[in-house]
Design a protein around this ligand. Sequence first.
Ligand code: RB5
Length: 147
Amino acid sequence: MKIAIGSDHGGVSLKEELKAFISTLGHEVTDCGCHSRESVDYPLFARQVCDLVRTNAVERGILICGTGIGMSMAANKFPDIRAALCHEPFSAKMSRLHNDANILCLGERVIGSEIAKDIVAVWLSTPFEGGRHKRRIELFNTLGSIK
Ligand code: RB5
């Protein structure tokens, strides 16, 4: 599978570690930056990863900042992006089974890299269940017109 990964300065160390890990799982990783601990603005990196997902250049994306919160807020602004902030494997699994999450958000300052690898492994290997969950996701598209 093709995966895009991006971070701000608060997530760059975990990004580097996960990039190598994801490659060992046999996936192709596109790194959208950032590349140092110099302070940057996370929405710009969220946009790069979301653009690749939305144009089907990659199947899924992973975004990392200090907490994962800013990245998930930014990513969910984009149409057709379903970003899930997960700090344990159960939520990561459910975000695929029930929510068809196409972006996983993580906080480098919240979890260690070993739990992050467990989360990523389950998130990448879990399919979407479809059925009633597909109907619910399709309802997201109507929410913009609710006043
Ligand atoms: C950067 O200091 C930090 O605010 C950012 O990485 C992230 O945690 C925002 O949600």
